[in-house]
Design a protein around this ligand. Structure first.
Ligand code: ZN
Length: 284
C-alpha cells in the first residue's frame, strides 16, 4: 500500500492509527514541502515504522522541467525528509506517474528507484470508500496500490481493505528498492508477502503526447513468457500497438509477447482522459 501527498494535519494521524490497529504497514510518499511544514507528522510516520519515499518538493509536472529544476525538486525533498524523519529515501514516486528519461537520470544520480503502481485506487478522483476498497481487492502478491494520505474516503476505506487482505492471506509490506516489488516486512509471520521467484514486473513510461492521444512504453523484466494487463482510464481506447500482441480496446488490455522481446508500446486515444494507465505483469 502506498499513500502519497502527505503528511496532512487532517488525516495522517488517523491513517497511522488505523495501520497500527491492524498491525499493518505501508509506504508513504510525502512531498518535501509538506514534510518541512509538518515535522511532527513526519516523525509519526517514522515511529509507526512506515517506509518513506520521495514525491518531489511541491508536486509539479516534472516532465516539463529541465534537468536542474528536477534535481532541485528531488534533492531538496531528500534533505527535508532526512531532517524531519531522519531517513534518506531510496524510492521515488513521480507526481501523476509521469516520467521521462531526464527524470530517470536525476533519480539514478540520487540513488532513487522510481515506483509507479499496479493498481490505481482512483481515490484522488473522489471515488467512494467502497470503490477504493473494491480497487484494493484486485491486488495480488507483491503488487502496489496507489492511494493518498488526504482523502477522507481513503481513511474510511482502510479498515475494510486491511480486513480483506487478511482474509485473502495477504500481508502489507514495504517496497524493495532492488526489485520495485512489495515484500513482507522482515520478521513477519509470512502468509503472502514475498515478491519472489518466477514473477515478473512491468514498468510503464509515458512517451510521445499529442492533443488527442499519447504513447506508453512498457518494459517487462523477470520473465520472457508474460501476460501484461494494462488498466486504461475511463474514456481511453487503444489506437495502435507494437512489439506485442495486444487484445481489448477499452477498459483492460491484455498484452502477450509476439517474438519481439520484452519491450512494447501502445498508442491510446485520450477521449478527454490524460491519465497514464497502470499495468501489472503475470509470468506463465
Ligand atoms: Zn501525488
Amino acid at each position: 500500500m502506498t499513500f502519497d501527498d502527505g503528511p496532512n494535519t487532517g488525516t495522517t494521524n488517523q491513517l497511522i492509527s488505523t495501520l497500527r490497529q491492524y498491525n499493518a504497514t505501508a509506504t508513504v510518499f510525502p512531498t518535501g514541502s509538506n514534510a518541512q511544514s509538518n515535522p511532527s507528522l513526519m516523525q509519526a510516520y517514522r515511529s509507526a515504522g512506515l517506509q518513506i519515499g520521495n514525491h518531489s518538493w511541491d508536486h509539479p509536472h516534472l516532465i516539463n522541467m529541465s534537468s536542474s529544476e528536477i534535481q532541485s525538486q528531488l534533492s531538496r525533498t531528500q534533505q527535508a525528509i532526512q531532517q524531519t524523519a531522519g531517513v534518506t529515501p531510496t524510492l521515488f514516486r513521480p507526481p501523476y506517474g509521469e516520467t521521462n528519461s531526464t527524470l530517470q537520470q536525476v533519480e539514478a544520480s540520487l540513488g532513487l528507484r522510481e515506483i509507479i503502481w499496479d493498481v490505481d485506487s482512483q481515490d484522488w478522483n473522489n471515488v467512494s470508500a467502497s470503490q477504493i476498497r473494491q480497487a484494493a481487492s484486485r491486488l495480488t502478491n507483491g503488487q502496489i496500490i496507489l492511494m493518498h494520505d488526504w482523502p477522507a474516503n481513503t481513511i474510511q476505506a482502510l479498515p475494510g481493505i486491511l480486513q480483506d487482505l487478511q482474509s485473502r492471506n495477504l500481508c502489507t509490506g514495504h517496497i524493495s528498492s532492488s526489485t520495485g516489488r512489495a515484500v513482507a516486512p522482515s520478521g513477519s509471520g509470512g502468509g503472502g508477502g514475498g515478491g519472489g521467484g518466477g514473477g515478473c514486473t512491468v514498468s510503464v513510461t509515458r512517451a510521445d503526447d499529442w492533443s488527442d492521444r499519447f504513447n506508453v512504453n512498457l518494459a517487462v523484466s523477470g520473465s520472457s513468457n508474460w501476460t501484461v494487463t494494462i488498466n486504461l482510464n475511463s474514456g481511453q481506447s487503444l489506437q495502435n500497438s507494437w512489439n506485442a500482441t495486444v487484445t481489448g480496446s477499452t477498459g483492460t488490455l491484455t498484452a502477450r509477447p509476439n517474438g519481439a522481446g520484452n519491450t512494447f508500446g501502445v498508442t491510446l486515444y485520450k477521449n478527454g482522459n490524460n491519465t497514464t494507465p497502470t499495468a501489472s505483469c503475470a509470468a506463465a
